[in-house]
Design a protein around this ligand. Structure first.
Ligand SMILES: Cc1cc2nc3c(=O)[nH]c(=O)nc-3n(C[C@H](O)[C@H](O)[C@H](O)COP(=O)(O)O)c2cc1C
Length: 191
């Protein structure tokens, strides 16, 4: 059974809902899923550090990266986490692990492709195997409704202050993305 770790930042909760839906799909497809949220308590000033999270990621067969799109890129706390993995990079700790990524934005575009592109480059720097998504767009259930093949992209059109919620199509997409990653991880085999 592959171990899929989902490491993500969420300020207002919608990225967290995507992470949970991905984990649900992956678990349903036979993976062991683990959610690792980037939290304020893991920061000293602007620096992120949590060796427990890095230990968990070292154990994973696949890592899924998630962050909301803020100002046209991944939210700063996720970038702080990414920067803090430079020692893992130096020792090539994640080479060969499967990688995927997801983001959400307020606008339909929201420039979130830039966030997915960053997440794939981050995985490339680590020598990971980036999972492009094979889901066809415009499916009846709304799967991959924005037609992003680099990863999972969702939209939260709700105004600030609204309780976190996912559009049904995005919840379905996230579940299916989790199932897809679990199938790929199973095909690649456990470490
Ligand atoms: C500081 C900030 C910057 C944002 N920048 C963008 C943006 O560039 N494009 C966009 O479409 N939405 C933008 N948004 C909207 C968020 O991406 C959206 O509300 C998202 O659902 C937040 O995720 P979260 O609930 O996990 O925190 C921004 C929101 C905040 C708070």
């Amino acid at each position: 059974m592959p171990h899929i770790a989902i490491v993500y930042f969420s300020q207002n909760g919608t990225t967290a809902l995507l992470a949970e839906a991905i984990a649900h799909g992956a678990t349903q497809a036979g993976a062991q899923s683990e959610l690792l949220r980037i939290e304020e308590s893991q920061f000293t000033g602007s620096r992120w550090k949590d060796d427990t999270v890095l230990d968990r990621l070292a154990q994973a067969d696949a890592i899924v990266f998630g962050a909301p799109t803020f100002m046209g890129g991944v939210a700063a706390p996720f970038k702080a986490f990414a920067d803090a993995t430079s020692q893992v990079w130096f020792h090539r700790g994640w080479v060969g692990k499967l990688a995927g990524g997801f983001t959400i934005s307020g606008s339909a575009s929201g420039d979130k492709l830039h966030s997915l592109a960053y997440l794939s480059i981050f995985a490339a720097q680590h020598g990971m195997l980036w999972a492009n998504w094979d889901a066809m767009p415009r499916q009846p259930d709304g799967t991959n409704r924005f037609g992003n093949f680099l990863g999972l992209a969702a939209q939260n059109p709700a105004p600030p202050g609204t309780p976190p919620a996912l559009e049904t199509a995005d919840a379905v997409s996230a579940d299916r993305y989790g199932r897809y990653l679990a199938a790929l991880a199973t095909r690649l085999g456990t470490r």
